[in-house]
Each structure stands twice: as C-alpha cells, then as structure tokens.
Design a protein around this ligand. Structure first.
Ligand SMILES: O=c1ccn([C@@H]2O[C@H](COP(=O)(O)OP(=O)(O)O[C@H]3O[C@@H](CO)[C@H](O)[C@H]3O)[C@@H](O)[C@H]2O)c(=O)[nH]1
Ligand SMILES: [Mn+2]
Length: 362
C-alpha cells in the first residue's frame, strides 16, 4: 500500500506577496504561472486609471490604480510617484505579508546553463531565509548554500551571520544599464550566468535594481520607498537606486544583510535610451554628490527601528542634499509622508482589510 504523499505547499505561500508595477500588460504572467500561481499578487497600475489591465485567469490578486491610491492615502498619495516604476512601493505599503518579491512586466523566466527554467521566486526565498555575512567576507561566496561552507580562517563567532533583509537578483539578455551606456552599447546583451550569491559587505552601498528583487518587509519595508520620480519630477529611473541607498545604510546600522546574485530573470525589453536619458540625466551627475553623502551617513544610537532611521535620514537629506538641488527638500518631506502613510496603513490599530477593501480583488 503506497503511503499518500501530502502535497508540499509552496514555501511562504501565505507569507509572501508578489508586487508588479505595470503601465503595459500582464501577459508575462503566463510564463511565470507554474511558479507564481500559488502566491497573491499586488498589481500597481500606473498611468491612465481608466485603462483596463487584464489579469490572466487563475491568479489571486488585488489591483490598485491611481484612483485607488488617491482614495486610500488621501493627501499622502503625493509621496507615490506617477508615470514611473517607483509606484510599485505602494504595493509594498498595502501588503500585509512578511515577504515581498517585486518583478517588472518585461521580465521572463530565464534558463540556467543546464537549460532548466529558473524559479527566481524560490531562489529569493532561499536567499531571504538564510543569513547574510556583512561583517566578514566568505571567499567561497554563500556559505549557507548546499555544497558550500565557511572557509578556513572564517571566525566561528561570526558564522551565525545576520538576518537577510534584501535579496537582489540579476538579469540575462537586457542588462540594467543607464542611458549613456545603452546608447554606446545598444546591442550588448548579458549572456554571463554567474552561479553565485554574495553578501554586500557592511559599509558598501550598491545600485539596487527593482526589476527582480525580494525583501523582508518586516525587517526593512519602511525603508523601501522608491522616492519621487516621473511625472512632475526632475528625475526618473532612480527610484530603485534611491531605495537601495537608503535601505543599505539602514541595514548596516541595524545589522541586517543584503545579498546580490542569483536568481537571474530574462529581461526582454530595452526601454528607449533617449527617453531614459531625459529621465535620468540629472541623476547621473547628482549621484556624484549623493553617493559620498550616503557613504558618510551615520545614525544615532536612538535610531533603533527602520522608521526612526528613515526619519533621521530624511533630516540629513534635507540638510545636506538640498544644496545639490531644491528637489531634495521635497524628497525629504516625502520620505516623512511615506513613513506616516506606512504607519497609518500598518499600525495595529488599522484593521488589515480596511487598507485593501478598495482594491479590485479576485
Ligand atoms: O511610467 C512607468 C514606466 C514603467 N512602469 C513599469 O515599471 C517596470 C519597469 O519598466 P521598464 O521595463 O520600461 O523599465 P526599464 O528601463 O527596463 O527598467 C527601469 O525600471 C526600473 C527597474 O524596475 C529601473 O528604474 C530601471 O531598471 C515595468 O513593469 C513597467 O510596466 C510603470 O509602472 N510606469
Ligand atoms: Mn524593463
């Protein structure tokens, strides 16, 4: 008599939301169906709210357009960008789950060197459920991976690692290049599959790309604000970068880990480099001042939570970056509005369904 096999529920099935910003369509979900269907989707529809976005049958989702964002946040909706992928952070705010995976609608399932489809979500879950090693570099890469370990000389007192807050995945085919690089290398494609996951060392910031990204919302969610970008703003396509710089300095202060590397997705659309140049050119020269600012950031010992760090950081942004451009005063204020909105939607007092009651659900 064969013992019945109890189906194994997909890992973190009820603890993870998949957040997708879209101004196009969701046809890409068909390819991800085997990996994504068990999970709840939060779709943030950007652009014209009267446009109907078709969600393929069989997916459990909630969808928010600009009207929903305005209705739910009221005046605080001013901190959520319009006409930029930055709008995705609204999905982070309304989620009630511990983990988030966010992916762009032009990212598809990639194949590993053996030709096997890569379950990017599963790899992000592994990255997030295993510790990081920001204080001492392990030369054999991820020591928590099957078939790897800490190398000789790695202090045993540090082998427990720290909780992982962010898992940053990469991209085959169209790499995440800035507009100038896209312009000079229009046909360059990334074909290199590097089979590694690395912890980004403490004290090092990095360019976080939002198109294939996982994070622990309870550990770092309030820092994952994608800033004021797109319509009405002097800058675009620095949404994920801004969030990455803020999140990393806060992770360093709170002893949380950030990993980069596997999983890969297949990025299919090269956005228009001329349009991108117009969106990001200010960021390209502002960042020469922004990076030294973040490298100099230190938090007070009173900043013991992400929210407290973020508010302290907003004050530093206002004080030290406003001389770069008045935009940073507005951004600093929006950072505070973001935290206020986050607290409003996520404080225990506010019942979870209320925040999602307005969403189009299925
Ligand atoms: O106004 C907009 C534009 C786009 N979106 C949605 O956001 C993602 C990314 O859009 P796209 O693929 O066109 O952008 P890329 O140039 O490939 O990548 C940039 O986007 C960020 C990474 O996510 C980062 O700034 C760059 O890497 C898609 O899902 C679009 O539908 C939008 O919502 N609003
Ligand atoms: Mn893209």
């Amino acid at each position: 008599m064969t013992t019945p096999v109890t189906p194994v529920a997909p890992q973190l099935k009820d603890e993870l939301d998949i957040v997708i910003p879209t101004i196009r369509n969701l046809d890409f979900l068909e390819m991800w169906r085997p990996f994504f269907q068990p999970y709840h989707l939060i779709i943030v529809q950007d652009g014209d709210p009267t446009k109907i976005i078709k969600v393929p049958d069989g997916f459990d989702y909630e969808l928010y357009n600009r009207n929903d964002i305005n209705r739910i946040l009221g005046p605080k909706a001013s901190c959520i960008s319009f006409k930029d992928s930055a709008c995705r952070c609204f999905g982070f705010m309304v989620s009630k789950k511990k983990y988030i995976f966010t992916i762009d609608d032009d990212c598809f399932v990639a194949k590993d060197p053996t030709g096997k489809d890569i379950n990017a979500l599963q790899q992000h879950i592994h990255n997030l459920l295993t510790p990081s090693t920001p204080f001492f570099f392990n030369t054999l890469y991820d020591p928590y991976r099957e078939g790897a370990d800490f190398v000789r000389g790695y202090p045993f007192s540090m082998r427990e690692g720290v909780p992982t807050a962010i898992s940053h995945g990469l991209w085959l085919n169209i790499p995440d290049y800035d507009a100038p690089t896209q312009l000079v290398k229009p046909r360059e494609r990334n074909t290199r599959y590097v089979d590694a996951v690395l912890t980004i060392p403490k004290g090092t910031i990095f360019p976080m790309c939002g198109m294939n990204l996982g994070f622990d919302r309870e550990l770092i969610g309030p820092a994952m604000y994608f800033g004021l970008m797109g319509d009405g703003q002097p800058i675009g396509r620095y949404d994920d970068m801004w969030a990455g710089w803020c999140a990393k300095v806060i992770c360093d202060h709170l002893s949380l880990g950030v990993k980069t590397g596997l999983p890969y997705i297949w990025h299919s659309k090269a956005s228009n480099p001329f349009v991108n140049l117009k969106k990001e050119y200010k960021g390209i020269y502002w960042q020469e001042d922004i990076i030294p600012f973040f490298q100099s950031v230190t938090f007070s010992k009173e900043s013991t939570t992400v929210q407290k760090c973020y508010i302290e950081l907003s004050k530093m942004v206002k004080e030290k970056l406003s001389k770069v451009d008045p935009y940073f005063q507005k951004l600093a204020d929006s950072m505070v509005t973001w935290i206020e909105a986050w607290e409003e939607l996520n404080s225990p007092a506010k019942s979870a369904p209320a925040a999602n009651a307005d969403a189009k659900k299925k």
